[in-house]
Design a protein around this ligand. Structure first.
Ligand code: MRU
Length: 362
């Protein structure tokens, strides 16, 4: 049995409510774009690829139920409207914005065909959203395998096992399945070359402690949870071979937005001479932005920091700043950026992807 964040069949979409994990595994039906927006905003579903997939599939479900139209032009306008709502849910990850543009373009192209019909536009958008789900799973399996082999060549060329530290949740729960950074860990484990995985708690919302730890236990991967503040001592004392994290947006110069805390991990890794990798599908890359300074960083409500499961842990009256992400400068990404198309240095990324990635990503 595999962990699934998203359960989809034509006309039906369900998401695993990740706010309830690890105590409860409960799926919730998503029947409309509005419901998807609310679930994404509340972080019932989270992780850059999963956000985009749930957004697009919620539109597919609405279209399957007959929403939009009448006529191809009105349907294209409806699709565009709904997609613009979805893009507003969480601004930092590029995946939803890119998926929205690709779906809107597909709808418009279909509507421009001679003799275009509303039914054909509807079918095109639904199929395109469904293809994204399959593509993400394939990309992740490739990232896992490419990343594992690359890492083993660098960190254990003579054989032997590696120890990896990861942050936030980048696994099956954040994607269509398999995961990105956690996919690399999964592949290393399958090859019997993983000594140990360390996952950080990932304050403030604890995606590491709640979700990554859950996935690692579920997959029976040898792993240990640490608080974020233990990363430096773990690197000093636990023989960490590499740090691997995911990405919400990798821009043209390789600067990478990811869950807050990633930046400090990269600094600590550099200090200890531990290679630092980003694992992300090309759908998380945005060549339209030149540097990380241009990335909009989402700020989340203060209660995510001051409370745990609704219980206040911070002193009443204290001010709170809660940026959900930070940007790791490309020069700290010393291992490379692992994509489904290959492993690149930040400097190589633009040339490697520019033939296929639009330059107006976000
Ligand atoms: O706020 P979240 O939980 O959506 O943040 C998730 C992350 O930052 C992940 O590391 C990133 O989206 C990559 S998921 C494959």
């Amino acid at each position: 049995m595999a962990l699934e964040a998203i359960r989809y069949s034509r006309g039906s979409l369900q998401i695993l409510d990740q706010l309830l994990l690890p105590q409860q595994s409960r799926y919730e039906a998503v029947g409309s774009v509005q419901q998807a927006w609310e679930a994404i905003r509340a972080m019932k579903v989270r992780g850059a690829p999963a956000i985009a997939l749930v957004g697009c599939l919620s539109l597919a479900v609405e279209l399957q139920a007959g929403a939009g139209g009448p006529g191809p032009a009105a349907l294209v306008a409806f699709v565009r409207d709904k997609l613009s709502v979805l893009v507003s849910a969480r601004p930092t990850a590029v995946n939803m914005a890119r998926a929205a543009r690709s779906l809107a373009d597909a709808a418009a192209r279909e509507a421009e065909k001679e003799g275009a019909t509303e039914a054909a536009v509807r079918e095109r958008v639904i199929c395109h959203a469904e293809d994204m789900l399959d593509q993400d799973l394939r990309d992740n399996q490739r990232i896992g395998d490419l990343g594992a082999h690359h890492l083993l060549e660098r960190a254990a060329p003579g054989g032997g096992k590696v120890t990896v530290l990861t942050h936030c949740n980048t696994g099956a729960l954040a994607t269509a399945g398999y995961g990105t950074a956690l996919g690399v860990i999964r592949s290393l484990h399958k090859l019997n070359r993983l000594e140990h995985a360390f996952c950080t708690e990932t304050r403030p919302y604890n995606q590491g402690a709640r979700l990554t730890a859950f996935e690692l236990v579920f997959e029976q991967i040898p792993a240990t949870l640490i608080a974020d503040s233990m990363a430096a001592v773990a690197m000093a004392r636990k023989g960490v071979s590499a740090v691997i994290v995911g990405a919400d947006r990798v821009v043209a110069n390789g600067d990478t937005a990811n869950k807050v805390g990633t930046y400090q991990l990269a600094i600590v890794a550099k200090h200890h001479g531990v290679p630092f990798y980003v694992a992300a599908p090309s759908s998380s890359c945005d060549l339209g932005l030149q540097t990380g300074r241009d990335i909009v960083i989402e700020e989340r409500p203060g209660h995510e920091l001051t409370e745990i499961n609704g219980v206040r842990i911070a002193a009443p009256g204290i001010g709170v700043w809660n940026p959900a992400f930070d940007v790791t400068p490309h020069e700290l990404i010393t291992g490379g950026i692992i994509t489904e198309r290959g492993v690149f240095t930040p400097e190589e990324l633009r040339a490697a992807l520019s033939a296929t990635i639009p330059s107006g990503g976000g």
